[in-house]
Design a protein around this ligand. Structure first.
Ligand code: URA
Length: 209
């Protein structure tokens, strides 16, 4: 799929393997998610547009380059997406952070909004949606649908692991969205967990069960 990029930097793959390991505890898991997110932010900003500027060094006048283009907004999907925010902000410190909270209605199994708050100038920003696990794709498709309704025009999605089922659904519902992931796993199991996956990302990040 052209709209998916697997970020296979050796450091990302090394840390992802530690994340998958069931013996990795909460403290280390949280730190690893932050580190992988930072490395992913570095990779996805590789093609950011630059503008040429004239500056003066202590020695002479010269040309330099500064980041051009839209300002950024990070939008974690609660709650597991929160684990990716600090790592992303270490590379993109000026980004504003919106939040989307969704729960799955037990009857319809559809995602329902319970909280959202966005930067006021969202339509002028490039939006990076964060959720570590792209499983069925229900939450991220709903989040992107909401973001488009609020005027966002440039949206990317960053996750740690993607299931083929989720990628297919996202591509079908929002074909223009570029997805960045550290790995594409085999499949979903009967409980919609990613296989081999890393378990429940939210529980492992926050030490709940
Ligand atoms: N959410 C998770 O946290 N893990 C999965 O495997 C799927 C969805």
């Amino acid at each position: 799929m052209e709209s998916v990029q697997t970020l296979d930097h050796p450091l990302i793959q090394h840390k992802l393997t530690l994340l998958r390991d069931r013996t990795t505890g909460t403290k280390e898991f949280r730190m690893l998610v932050e580190e992988v997110s930072m490395l992913m932010a570095y990779e996805i900003t590789r093609l950011m547009p630059l503008r040429e500027v004239e500056i003066e060094t202590p020695i002479t006048k010269t040309k330099g380059y500064l980041i051009a283009g839209k300002k950024m907004s990070l939008v974690p999907i609660l709650r597991a997406g929160l684990g990716m925010v600090d790592g992303m902000l270490s590379i993109l410190p000026a980004a504003k952070v919106g939040h989307i909270g969704l729960y799955r209605d037990p009857k319809t199994l559809k995602p329902v909004e319970y909280y959202s708050k966005m930067p006021q100038d969202l339509p002028e920003r490039e939006v990076i949606v964060l959720d570590p696990m792209l499983a069925t794709g229900g939450s991220v498709c709903q989040a992107i649908h909401m973001l488009k309704g609020w005027g966002a025009e440039q949206i990317k999605f960053v996750c740690l692991l993607a299931a083929p089922e989720g990628l297919e659904r996202l591509h079908k519902e929002h074909p223009e969205i570029m997805v960045y992931t550290a790995a594409i796993d085999e499949r979903l199991n009967e409980k919609s967990y990613i296989v081999p996956g890393l378990g429940d990302a939210g529980d492992r990040l926050f030490g709940t069960k």
